[in-house]
Design a protein around this ligand. Structure first.
Ligand code: SAH
Length: 355
C-alpha cells in the first residue's frame, strides 16, 4: 500500500479532487500530516468520517517501525534503527546542541553502494533506495520526539548516497520546505544540508536545482591514490573533476560549500595531506582572496570492518593549524554519540552482531 507521505501536495490535490472532495481538503490533510504530526487517520478530526475511511483504505501512514533506540549518556543524542515494511533497515539520529540547534541526520538509502572503506554503511552494501516519504518520515519522527522543541536542521548524512537516489531526495526536500502557510513543515532550505560522496553529475544537477539547500562533499583525501582507497568512487570521478564541479557549483550558486574529512591516524592526518588539501581548496575557490569553502574535520568513528583509528589530539591540532595558517575556515567537530554507535550505519551493524 502506498503511503500518504509519498505524495506531493499537488498529487494529493488531484487525488482528492477526483474523489469529489472540496479544494481545501488537501491542505487540511497536509496540515495534519506536517504540522500536527499525527500518526493516524483517526486523529484528523475535522475530516468527514467517510473520507478518513477512504484514505485509510488506500494509504498507509507511518512505515517506520523502531527496532532499536538509544540515548547517549549525556542525553543530547538519540538514535533509532527503523525497520521498513519490506524488512530493510535504516538509521536516524537526532542531535541537540546546548538547547540551541536540533539537527536530525537522515538516511536516503537502506545500505549504500559506494563502499567507502571506513564507513559502516559502506561495509554492509546496498539494499535499496528509499522513497521520498520514507525520507520525510524520519524527519517527522524526530520532530515528534522533540515535543515542544522545534527541529532546526536536517542533514542528509545518515545511510546512503543522496545523489544516487537523486529524485526521491529532491522530492523529500521539496516536501520538507513546503511553507507552513500551505500546511507544510516549513523548514528553511538553508537549514538543510545534503552530503555527497562526490558524484559529479549529481553536484552539477544540484547546482541548478538545489536552491538554498547546503552542499557538503565528503573529500577525506586530497590525492587520488589515497582517496581511491578510502572512497572507491574516486576512480570514476577523480579529484580534478570533483574540484571542477565544486568550483562550478560555487560560481553558479554563490553559496559556500563544505568539505568533509574524517581524520584517520597516519592515513589522511599527515601534513602532506593537509598541504594537498590547502591546494585543493585554493583550486575550488573561484577567486583568490574569497573563501567559500569550509572544511569540517571529524575524528574517525571506529567501525568493525576497518582498522584505522582517530588521531591523537596533537596530530588533529597540527592538521588544523596547516589549514588555519592558509586562512581556510575549518571546524574540528567533536564526535557525537560515540557511546551509542551513532556513526553512519553503526547501530545496524551492532544490532546485527548482537543477534
Ligand atoms: N553518502 C554521503 C552521506 C554519508 S554519511 C556522503 O558520502 O557524504 C555522512 C558523512 O559521514 C560522510 O562524510 C561520511 O564519509 C562520514 N563517515 C562515514 N563513516 C564514518 C566514520 N566511521 N567516521 C567518521 N565519519 C564517517
Amino acid at each position: 500500500m502506498p503511503s500518504l507521505y509519498d505524495l506531493t501536495l499537488a498529487q494529493l490535490e488531484t487525488l482528492l479532487d477526483s474523489w469529489q472532495e472540496p479544494a481545501y481538503r488537501a491542505r487540511q490533510v497536509w496540515h495534519w500530516l506536517y504540522q500536527r504530526l499525527v500518526t493516524s487517520f483517526d486523529e484528523m478530526t475535522d475530516l468527514p468520517l467517510r473520507l478518513r475511511a477512504r484514505l485509510k483504505e488506500h494509504f498507509a501512514l507511518g512505515r517506520l517501525t523502531p527496532i532499536a533506540e538509544q540515548h547517549s549518556a549525556d542525553g543530547w543524542t538519540r538514535k533509532w534503527l527503523f525497520q521498513l515494511p519490506d524488512g530493510s533497515q535504516i538509521e536516524t539520529v537526532l542531535m541537540e546542541y546546548d538547547g540551541e540547534r536540533r539537527t536530525v541526520c537522515i538516511s536516503s538509502q537502506a545500505g549504500c553502494a559506494m563502499a567507502c572503506s571506513f564507513c559502516a554503511t559502506g561495509q554492509m552494501g546496498f539494499v535499496r533506495n528509499l522513497r521520498s516519504g520514507e525520507i520525510v518520515e524520519q524527519v517527522l519522527w524526530a520532530a515528534r520526539a522533540l515535543g515542544d522543541e522545534r527541529l532546526s536542521n536536517v542533514v542528509y548524512m545518515g545511510m546512503g548516497e543522496p545523489f544516487a537516489n537523486y529524485a526521491s531526495v529532491m522530492e523529500s526536500i521539496h516536501r520538507l520546505t513546503t511553507p507552513a502557510s500551505e500546511g507544510g513543515l516549513g523548514l528553511g532550505a538553508r537549514k538543510i544540508t545534503v552530503s555527497t560522496v562526490g558524484l559529479v553529475p549529481g553536484i552539477r544537477r544540484f547546482a541548478e536545482e538545489g536552491g538554498q539547500v547546503n552542499l557538503a562533499i565528503s573529500l577525506h583525501a586530497a590525492t587520488d591514490e589515497l582517496r581511491t582507497k578510502l572512497v572507491p568512487i574516486n576512480a570514476r570521478y577523480p579529484l580534478h573533476e570533483l574540484v571542477r564541479a565544486a568550483r562550478e557549483y560555487i560560481e553558479r550558486t554563490n553559496r559556500r560549500l563544505s568539505f568533509e574529512w574524517a581524520l584517520i591516524e597516519h592515513v589522511n592526518d599527515t601534513l602532506e595531506q593537509a598541504q594537498a588539501l590547502v591546494e585543493l581548496v585554493r583550486q575550488t575557490n573561484p577567486r583568490p582572496g574569497v573563501n567559500l569553502v569550509h572544511v569540517n574535520l571529524i575524528p574517525l568513528n571506529p567501525t568493525d570492518g576497518y582498522s584505522g583509528r582517530a588521531p591523537q589530539v596533537a596530530r588533529r591540532q597540527a592538521f588544523v593549524n596547516v589549514l588555519k595558517r592558509a586562512g581556510i575556515p575549518c571546524t574540528l567537530r567533536v564526535r557525537r554519540g560515540i557511546d551509542i554507535a551513532a556513526g553512519c550505519g553503526q547501530l545496524r551493524a551492532r544490532h546485527k552482531k548482537n543477534g
